[in-house]
Design a protein around this ligand. Structure first.
Ligand code: COA
Length: 192
């Protein structure tokens, strides 16, 4: 059943990202990362490593189910609206947040927190003992989200984001299995 926030909007469902989600994800990607958007091939390549016993990736999307859409697998494209996505790669006990994004009209509803919580659950399942990420130094909103989960700044990567030569802040969470409890939502609903 699809619930609603107290503001009346449907609560998006967070589920595994599949190949048919790439098109709507690319639309969000171009809007939210106009200078360095990932290509279709990059998402295909990531999803190729997200299934099976040798999987090293976890990619999720947040979808507002369309009319008549059921839960879970077996659906095709066009069933609902994709309003967020996130991905993590795990290797050698270390997780890396590759991407996380939420449609602008859903910012501040707790969806970024839900997606990040899902990635940390995946990191725990991959038996990661730490999770790292890079974030533009000027992206204060994202940094606040990460800090609420217990990520701490550990350094900079100079000129990491091109074009623009913008530095990256590197952040680290030492134990993804026990993240700091994020602040509860003010006027919405959290949880998957
Ligand atoms: C960064 C990003 C993913 C955050 O997503 P989000 O859905 O807005 O995240 P949340 O709602 O969980 O948290 C953001 C804010 O909303 C507040 N919030 C959380 N749940 C809320 C709710 N139910 N109602 C109202 N406010 C809420 C949080 O307290 C937080 O406020 P703060 O920034 O003042 O501390 C989103 O802004 C985004 O996609 N940005 C563009 C892409 C990007 O920069 N990605 C990160 C790259 S490093």
């Amino acid at each position: 059943m699809t619930g609603r926030t107290t503001t009346g909007s449907p609560i998006p469902a967070v589920r595994e990202m599949r190949w048919w989600d790439i098109d709507p994800v690319l639309e969000l990607e171009k809007d939210l990362f106009p200078e360095d958007a990932w290509s279709r091939g990059m998402f295909w390549s990531e999803l190729a490593h997200a299934r099976g016993p040798e999987a090293t990736r976890c990619y999720v999307v947040a979808e507002i189910p369309g009319e008549g859409a059921g839960e879970g697998e077996g659906k095709g494209p066009g069933d609902g609206r994709i309003v967020g996505y996130a991905g993590l790669v795990a290797s050698g006990g270390q997780g890396d947040v590759q991407t996380i994004a939420v449609a602008r009209d859903h910012w501040g509803t707790g969806l970024g927190s839900r997606l990040l919580a899902e990635l940390l659950r995946a990191a725990t399942a991959f038996e990661c003992t730490e999770v790292l990420l890079e974030c533009r130094v000027d992206n204060v909103r994202a940094q606040k989200l990460y800090e609420r989960f217990g990520f701490e700044p550990i350094g900079f990567r100079r000129g990491y984001y091109q074009p623009g030569n913008v530095d990256a802040l590197v952040m680290r969470l030492s134990d993804p299995a026990a993240p700091a409890t994020p602040q509860p939502p003010v006027n919405g609903v959290q949880g998957t």
